[in-house]
Design a protein around this ligand. Structure first.
Ligand SMILES: Nc1ncnc2c1ncn2[C@@H]1O[C@H](COP(=O)(O)OP(=O)(O)OP(=O)(O)O)[C@@H](O)[C@H]1O
Length: 266
């Protein structure tokens, strides 16, 4: 069965758990060119949806609209029911929408645990000096340690962040997001540049976001083995539109999807 994600209703799960993120008829036109074209997609609480599509399909542009980096020319974005379409990035983040970027947001000269404490402190809105004096704010240190355990980085906590492998740096970027207790995480190509040896641990960290910690995840990723392993549903973009959104098995068997990828390995 295919749950269509086209111009009609919002492509969502078959039953009705709470919707964490709703993308409604979202469009972005630049200079008369349609880059994102009427995308409808709903993410249920605790659901993992991967966005795939050929190069230039509009995946990053869709993420930019959802995270607030770009303003859509039509359509809406709702977070837990609240319309966030007009809000800037930092307001969306405060409401529970966290995004990783392809470029790193880590302070390379600080230690791993210092990066996380700083992020926890920033989200708590208190004095930024506390991270220098962890004893003065045990709560921050405890929260940071819990997050480091969650992303499997305890053993590296006292290392300089700049010395981490790409895979561990990605875990740290996820840790920095978790410091803000996001309801929905947008992960932009988390496996890019990560060595094959680091992939399994990073996959486990990402899997735990939904399976253990009940966050919702929308992920753009080119590695199909990772997508098929992690995603509850796969959304396929092509020429700015959503072609299909269904279980990984159904998407892989979909002829329309195969035709969209003609000439590219799926
Ligand atoms: N600011 C912009 N102005 C004009 N065109 C843009 C802009 N940003 C993106 N585009 C175009 O929109 C299309 C979609 O780009 P986008 O980066 O969203 O695709 P993508 O699916 O993420 O591709 P990839 O998989 O290669 O990262 C491309 O043709 C791109 O050149």
């Amino acid at each position: 069965m295919r749950r269509d994600a086209g111009a009609g209703g919002v492509a969502g799960p078959p039953t009705g758990p709470a919707t964490d993120l709703a993308i409604e008829a979202l469009s972005w036109r630049v200079g008369g060119v349609s880059i994102v074209d009427g995308v409808n997609l709903a993410l249920a609480s605790g659901e993992f949806v991967a966005v795939i599509g050929p190069n230039g399909a509009g995946k990053t542009s869709l993420f930019n609209l959802v995270s607030g980096l770009r303003r859509p020319t039509a359509g809406r974005v709702r977070l837990a029911g609240a319309d966030i379409t007009g809000l800037p990035v930092h307001r969306r983040a405060r409401l529970g929408l966290g995004r990783t970027f392809q470029s790193s947001s880590v302070f390379g000269s600080l230690r791993v645990d210092e990066n996380v404490r700083l992020a926890v402190q920033a989200h708590r809105g208190g004095s930024m000096r506390a991270w220098r004096r962890p004893a003065a704010d045990r709560g921050v240190a405890v929260a940071a340690d819990e997050i480091l355990a969650q992303v499997l980085l305890e053993a590296r906590s006292r290392d300089t962040a700049g010395a981490l492998s790409h895979g561990d740096k990605r875990k740290l970027e996820i840790a920095l997001l978790l410091a803000g207790s996001p309801r929905v995480l947008l992960l932009d190509e988390p496996m890019a540049g990560v060595s094959a040896g680091d992939v399994p641990a990073l996959v486990e960290v990402i899997r735990s976001l939904t399976r253990v910690h009940r966050r919702s995840v929308l992920m753009v990723e080119h590695h199909m083995d990772v997508v098929l392993d992690l995603a509850d549903r796969v959304a396929v973009m092509h020429h700015g539109a959503l072609l299909s959104c269904d279980t990984p098995a159904a998407v892989m068997a979909d002829r329309t999807v195969q035709e969209a990828y003609l000439g590219e390995e799926l």
